[in-house]
Design a protein around this ligand. Sequence first.
Ligand code: SN0
Length: 315
Amino acid sequence: MKLFTSVNDVTDVAALVAEALTLKQTPFAHKHLGENKTLCLVFLNPSLRTRISTQKAGQNLGMNVIVLNIDKEGWALELNDGVVMNGTTVEHIREAAAVMGEYSDIIGVRSFPGLKNRDEDYSELIFNKFVEFCKVPIVSLESATRHPLQSLADLVTIEELKTKARPKVVLTWAPHIKPLPQAVPNSFAEWMCKGDVDFVIAQPAGYELSEEFTQGATITHDQDEALKDADFIYVKNWSAYEPYGKVLPGNEDWMLTFDKLKDAPNAKVMHCLPVRRDLELSSEILDSDRSVVIHEAGNRVWAAQAVLKQMLEAL
Ligand code: SN0
């Protein structure tokens, strides 16, 4: 694998999930694979899980790992071509990405969407500039439209915890005070549509995701109906795709509470984290044995390690 930005970069999804679960049992079985190889993780936005789990995954494979919080510690980057750089930006992404490529065997990049210009975000402007200029294999650490390492960890978690061959998985929209990216739900939908699950998306009217990601999903505005007999409930806020990046008024009653689980007695509750307690998801659920969010976050290591292993094998 030379590029990991979406489920479409994976030739065999089930095999990658199985690989992650094998690595969970034997984390150091390939500790020489990454010897003398450098992984550079570049963050243009904050991170907790992605940063630590991917760093750990690289180290488990014997890699040297460098983390650069470029938004805080690097020179201010210019992303546009054809500008006279006589303002606040100091270094063009053309040079910055090319130089990082000189120092690295694999690069990871996190770049959130601006949520202002849909065409710009959905063309993956920033991420694709790294791909173009750094010339080494790249793994997405969440780009404008997708979060594939999260989605792979989610599928690994479902595979690991499921109690029936084809579980019912419900992605349910949650309230928030500010506009968040569609990257996590887009990506989750795209991966679930390739998994062996019955997949339902429940969201208020107006929060439809781009159809590019939801082919094969059942989409409903009726949360109660969707949650019925769910095996896994994935809670996530996202802003509207149309009008782009907006929070629509109302819908506070979409927060998942214990009461809403009454017709889903076996449902396990997932969230990618960070989660705002009692806004997106009730603390009652988070503090109960229904929640698998910590287990899910733990699986981020094995997802990242499976991807890095396949990338190292292809170097
Ligand atoms: C990000 C998102 O894409 O939704 C990262 C999730 C892994 N989440 C946030 O930006 C949360 C910010 C907040 O203020 O709650």
